[in-house]
Design a protein around this ligand. Structure first.
Ligand code: GLA
Length: 696
């Protein structure tokens, strides 16, 4: 037995991290908290020197003879591409840990800054690469975090989908070679949400040990999970750099966006307990969170057809059902007759809003609601005043296609950023606007600056502009939208309160989107609207109760022309909104759980109060299935006795009626409830209130 090396350890939030800093450095352990560091931990590992066939060093590099995917790649202009980084310095107090790795020749260094959150156990990591050489260094990529996973991790969950079908989960077994998820769209993307979950085979809602990583960045990304020849597994996440996008001049540094790594027991519910807590405590810009008002969004109600009388009527109809914030979507600004015109000219169109926005905003406020506004600052339509005055402000390479007939403005240029800031700032001062819906309806594919790719520069510019606006208007809230859910990640979430999940409000499809979305986002940031009876996007017809039940569990809103609905629909919608408001503190602050349902015809989730005293669950049937479904309800205090009721106005399929029976939490988790759900696209909401028993 060799002498115990001096190991670096961090513990927090039920997670342990142990690093052997010798040589190239190595993570010896990352996972559920270890009661003690024993000899076995380090003795079973080869010394932390580069091992061509074995475990990955802290920064896996081809220069070490490492055969897997490197965490860092690049090349000096004068030659040289295979540095051998070894740990030269360690620092960091409390939960933080900073490791400096340098090449023996001294030409390159990488500083890894890690922090293991004491409450949530989430590990945040960034890497900073500095070129100390005499020649420029073209950086092709650098992972923000690189972590080993145990060999029993056998199954991966990644995300797929697309426009109007965001956040779809995809399961696959982990085999030899690498599982790679990349995004080159310049926005976070609709089809490749930047997260990867891996766990023991068959992990589910309530069982399985898991590991996950998410990149907090609204541009391009690269996530990999590789099985090395020796069987070791390596998880990496970082920004995807386009060719030539980062060239470090001598002395320059590149810092990766942050990656967040989560180790969890108890299946996906265990994972969400950590990700949601982390978003609430560490990511969201405003803590404590403001109460989230129920929205009315004008888009699917009036599209571009704005007229003061019509909007006034819509606002009155919204207030009558209990809406608390009126969001004036696309269509209000100069020259915006359709999606091909107007972007860039951020002042009210005099033919639609003759006195500016203030009269409408004041009317909305007089009805007891707040007022919010849609903007899309990053793009411009050809023919707009902005484009005519500044045709050179575009981020555009020759031949770049004009997606949705709009171009991208170069936010890396100070003059452009200053102009946009001044315009939006003036808007915010012209009327009582308390939230911006910040849209971005174009990929950055093919855009560039001076012949070079410029995604990174653009994302940094967007972040700077939003940060500046927020600093100037401290009470401003922002909703992130990019043709629906194309910009959802913890990078943008650090600067906004809400995310528009998808342009499809089809409640049937929304269930699977919300399922995937909530793995990394708590329900209160999930924009969830009740749309019209026949979906404007999919054409599917769904009952009002079903549409409302699905929207109830997020940041609820309505996106429907309420001027045309009948009294019965109005009263029912108002009753659902009242239900949401009654339980808003629970819905937006409780512990989100997914129901362990093997039957793919049925899906469901719930929110349990932090003290286990109450809960709301949704059980939804999606396709036809015969008979009764047994639904186990996780997350409750096992020894507590709960009264299970079906609140108005949810339909009530319980044979014993709405009033409810009493069950213990243990019974509901193990044996469950038997529900006679019948037809597809039918849902029931269950309310549970503790009425006795023990609190844990
Ligand atoms: C995008 C958004 C929609 C709406 C339209 C307006 O598609 O996702 O919610 O705001 O733009 O053009």
């Amino acid at each position: 037995m060799t002498a115990a090396p001096s190991l670096l350890r961090r513990h927090g939030g039920g997670v342990s991290l142990v690093i052997d800093p010798r040589g190239a450095g190595r993570v010896l352990y990352w996972g559920p908290a270890l009661p003690a560091i024993t000899d076995g931990l380090w003795n079973a590992e080869p010394p932390a020197t580069p091992d061509p066939g074995g475990a990955a060093p802290l920064v896996p590099l081809t220069g070490w003879g490492y055969g897997g995917l490197p965490a860092l790649s690049g090349r000096w202009a004068g030659g040289g591409w295979a540095p051998r980084l070894a740990v030269t310095a360690v620092s960091g107090e409390g939960q933080a840990l900073s490791l400096t790795l340098a090449d023996p020749g001294g030409a390159l260094s990488v500083v890894l800054d890690w922090e293991l959150d004491a409450d949530t156990g989430v590990l945040t990591g960034t890497a900073a690469v500095t070129n100390h050489g005499a020649e420029p260094y073209r950086l092709d990529g650098c992972a923000a975090l690189c972590l080993p996973l145990p060999g029993w991790v056998d199954e991966a969950l990644t995300f797929e989908g697309g426009y109007i079908r965001e956040f779809q989960e995809h399961r696959q077994p982990i085999g030899p070679g690498a599982l790679v998820r990349e995004n080159r769209r310049g926005r976070t993307s609709h089809d490749s949400f930047p997260a990867l979950v891996a766990g023991e085979a068959g992990f589910g809602a309530v069982h399985g040990s898991l590991f996950a990583v998410h990149l907090g960045w609204s541009g391009n990304h690269r996530l990999t999970l590789e099985t090395l020849a020796a069987g070791t597994r390596v998880l990496m996440a970082g920004e995807l750099l386009l060719p030539g996008e980062v060239v470090l001049a001598p002395g320059e540094t590149y810092r990766t966006p942050p990656a967040y790594a989560v180790a969890a027991d108890g299946g996906l519910n265990g994972l969400m307990a950590r990700t949601h807590a982390h978003v609430r405590r560490r990511i969201l810009p405003r803590v404590p969170l403001p109460e989230r008002p129920v929205h009315l969004n004008t888009w699917e109600a009036v599209y571009h057809a704005h007229d003061p009388q019509g909007l006034g009527d819509l606002a009155r109809a919204a207030a009558a059902v209990g809406v608390e914030r009126f969001v004036l979507d696309d269509g209000w600004f100069h020259g915006r007759v359709n999606e091909r015109h107007g972007l860039g000219d951020w002042w009210p169109d005099p033919s639609k809003h003759p006195g500016g926005l203030a009269p409408l905003a004041e009317a909305v406020r007089a009805l007891g609601m707040r007022f919010a506004l849609w903007v899309e600052p990053e793009t411009v339509n050809p023919g707009s005043t902005l484009h005519t005055d500044h045709p050179d402000w575009l981020l555009r390479l020759p031949g770049d296609p004009d997606g949705r007939r709009q171009y991208v403005l170069d936010l890396g240029r100070e003059a452009v950023a200053d102009h946009l800031f001044a315009r939006i700032d003036a808007l915010l001062r012209s009327a009582p606007v308390d939230m911006l819906k910040w849209d971005m309806n174009r990929d950055l594919a093919g855009t560039g600056w001076q012949g070079e790719p410029a995604v990174r520069r653009q994302v940094a510019g967007v972040y700077r502009l939003i940060d500046r606006l927020r600093a100037t208007h401290p009470h401003l809230e922002i909703e992130s939208c990019a043709s629906g859910g194309g910009r959802a990640d913890w990078g943008i979430l650090a600067r906004c309160e809400r995310i528009w999940v998808s342009d499809s409000m089809d409640a049937h499809d929304r269930l699977s989107m919300q399922r995937g979305f909530t793995l990394f986002f708590p329900p209160e940031v999930m924009g969830a609207h009740v749309g019209r009876g026949q979906s404007a996007v999919t054409g599917r017809r769904l009952e009002l109760d079903f549409r409302c039940a699905v929207a109830l569990f997020g940041h609820m809103g309505v996106e429907w022309d309420l001027r045309g609905i009948n009294a019965e629909e109005r009263d029912r919608l108002a009753a659902w909104i009242a239900l949401h408001k009654r339980h808003r503190a629970l819905l937006h602050g409780g512990r989100w759980v997914r129901l362990p349902l093997d039957d793919r015809a049925v899906t469901g989730h719930g929110v349990v109060a932090g003290d286990g005293g109450s809960a709301l669950y949704l059980v939804a049937q999606q396709v036809t299935r015969p008979g009764i479904v047994t639904v186990r309800l996780p997350g409750l205090a096992p020894g507590a006795v709960y009264r299970v009721t079906v609140p108005e106005p949810s339909p009530c399929p319980l044979p014993w009626g709405r009033a409810g029976l009493r069950f213990t939490g243990a019974h509901l988790a193990a044996a469950g409830l038997r529900l006679p759900l019948g037809t597809p696209d039918e849902a029931v909401v269950l309310h549970l209130e503790r009425c006795g028993g023990e609190t844990s």
